[in-house]
Design a binder for this molecule. Structure first.
Ligand code: ADP
Ligand code: MG
Ligand code: MG
Length: 192
């Protein structure tokens, strides 16, 4: 469970983390992609901040929808529509339930559908799915996030730009998994 005020704090902390680590995300993406993941995400975060400052969301569904639209409209690349779909599906789900485990799983399912991808393909799903599972079993922690992120290092990418490198994609963290790790580290800080 996360109320509207805390969910807003979650998103604001996510924005801060991405803004503080934009060049790190670009560097990760330079190794196995086209070097723009940090810049893409930072553009999205600026749009999120802008949208939230213009209109205070009335409920959880509206908040997630605001994030989704900012990501879809401003991020571009593969990650924009992916994060956008995850947050849009969470927005729809938030009309039915405020259960965080359920919301994150629905977001993850949205990533899978939109990306035609699943766990083990060295994408952000490799962070979202373990986080969703740990929320369900009530053992969500920093370790869960870190272990999930670090596990992407030895994976061979089979989706996204990194998949063009085949075996050479091994030995590098997945950039989208790193930005998703910031998202869930921000959540941990709010859950306290
Ligand atoms: P682009 O690759 O278009 O430059 P970004 O660099 O912003 O886009 O985002 C790359 C990230 O998107 C990857 O690190 C990965 O986590 C994620 N990604 C790419 N393709 C997929 C997919 N099909 N399913 C899930 N996630 C994906
Ligand atoms: Mg890229
Ligand atoms: Mg790109």
């Amino acid at each position: 469970e996360l109320n509207l005020a805390d969910t807003k704090k979650w998103i604001e902390l996510f924005v801060k983390k991405v803004e503080a680590n934009t060049s790190e995300l670009n560097e990760l993406d330079t190794a196995i992609g086209d070097g723009d993941h940090g810049s893409n995400m930072a553009r999205g975060m600026a749009a999120v901040t802008d949208a939230l400052s213009k209109k205070e969301p009335a409920d959880l569904a509206e908040l997630y929808k605001t994030v989704a639209f900012a990501m879809i409209q401003k991020v571009g690349g593969a990650s924009g529509p992916l994060y956008g779909t995850a947050f849009l599906d969470m927005s729809k789900q938030a009309k039915e339930t405020t259960d965080l485990a359920k919301l994150v799983q629905v977001g993850c399912d949205g990533l899978k559908r939109r990306g035609q991808s699943d766990v083990g393909m060295k994408t952000m799903i490799d962070v979202w799915q373990p986080v969703a599972e740990s929320l369900k079993s009530d053992d969500f922690s920093k370790n869960v996030v870190e272990d999930a992120l670090n596990a992407t290092k030895d994976m061979v990418a089979t989706k996204g730009r990194a998949s063009y490198l085949e075996e050479k994609s091994k030995g590098h963290l997945d950039p989208g998994s790193q930005s998703s790790a910031y998202l869930f580290e921000a959540l941990l800080e709010v859950l306290g």
